[in-house]
Design a protein around this ligand. Structure first.
Ligand code: MTE
Ligand code: MO
Length: 258
């Protein structure tokens, strides 16, 4: 097991780095001292305070075309080693299916065309990475709410888990696989979408083709790319190493409010 990184010193280092790097097309921590808030408050307090201050349906700020970053940085995995994924990619993801299961009434699969034929939402938002950079991009996708309503959530379901095609760490037990999870408040939030387009083009592979999550009120690591499966669960304890996400399993907060 890797030691859990010391978040405070990691963030300090990242902030120092961000000050010295030219970040191709992306802004350096514009206006909002979000990293401060992350540093200064315990996770539960942040979550609660944000809900109290904003209400659970408050929208993240949206921008205009003029604000788009000329280059949107790609981060974390920018391709997938998995052989099955590569075959799907070679065929333009025609054979790709999103599996939706777990604590749902009617588990099923969705093709990309099926997701595209559902009502969509387009939003221009700012992506904030915990490493200290931000980019503004335009995303189009199906609100997660519609997919969940289609399969029907069982009353016991409390979280939605996104299972991804990529592994960031080769491990024997599969805990190096990227995954993420959100609560039902964020799952039903109007800006939480399963995005298949970025800046008016099909989602490129470095940004998570064919489908990635946008959870606009949280940090970048929550926005799972290469999503293959969505699972509704009652508890996160049995998934990965039990903390709700690949990076959470390695020391980051589960609720990464901005
Ligand atoms: N599957 C998967 N999703 C992921 C990651 C990853 O490595 N694998 N990295 C996360 C992090 S830390 C960030 S900042 C964003 C980066 O998204 P981008 O490549 O579109 O900029 O994706 C997030 N989602
Ligand atoms: Mo990130």
């Amino acid at each position: 097991m890797r030691p859990v990184p010391d978040r405070r010193s990691f963030l300090k280092r990242s902030i120092a780095l961000a000050g010295t790097l030219a970040l191709g097309g992306c802004d350096r921590l514009p206006e909002l001292p979000w990293f401060r808030r992350v540093l200064d408050s315990a996770e539960a307090v942040t979550h609660k305070a944000q809900r109290l201050a904003l209400g659970s349906d408050a929208l993240a700020r949206e921008y205009t075309e003029a604000d788009l970053s000329p280059i949107f940085r790609a981060n974390g995995s920018t391709s997938v080693d998995d052989f099955d994924y590569q075959i799907l990619a070679e065929n333009g993801f025609a054979g790709w299916r999103l599996q939706v299961d777990g604590l749902v009434e009617r588990p099923r699969q969705f093709s990309l065309d099926e997701l595209r034929s559902m009502p969509s939402r387009t939003q221009i938002t700012r992506h904030d990475c915990v490493e200290g950079w931000s980019c503004i991009g335009k995303w189009k996708g199906v609100p997660l709410r519609y997919v969940l309503e289609n399969v029907g959530m069982q009353p016991k379901a409390r979280y939605v888990v996104f299972r991804c095609a990529d592994a960031l760490e080769p491990t024997m037990d599969g805990t190096g696989q990227y995954y993420e999870s959100i609560g039902l408040d964020d799952a039903y939030h109007p800006q939480t979408i399963l995005a298949y387009e970025m800046n008016d083009r099909p989602l490129p592979i470095p940004h998570g083709a064919p489908l990635r999550v946008r959870v606009e009120r949280q940090l970048g690591y929550k926005m799972a790319k290469y999503v293959m499966r969505i699972e509704a669960v009652e508890s996160l304890a049995e998934i990965g190493r039990g903390r709700g996400g690949f990076w959470e399993d390695r020391g980051y907060e589960w609720y990464a409010g901005i």
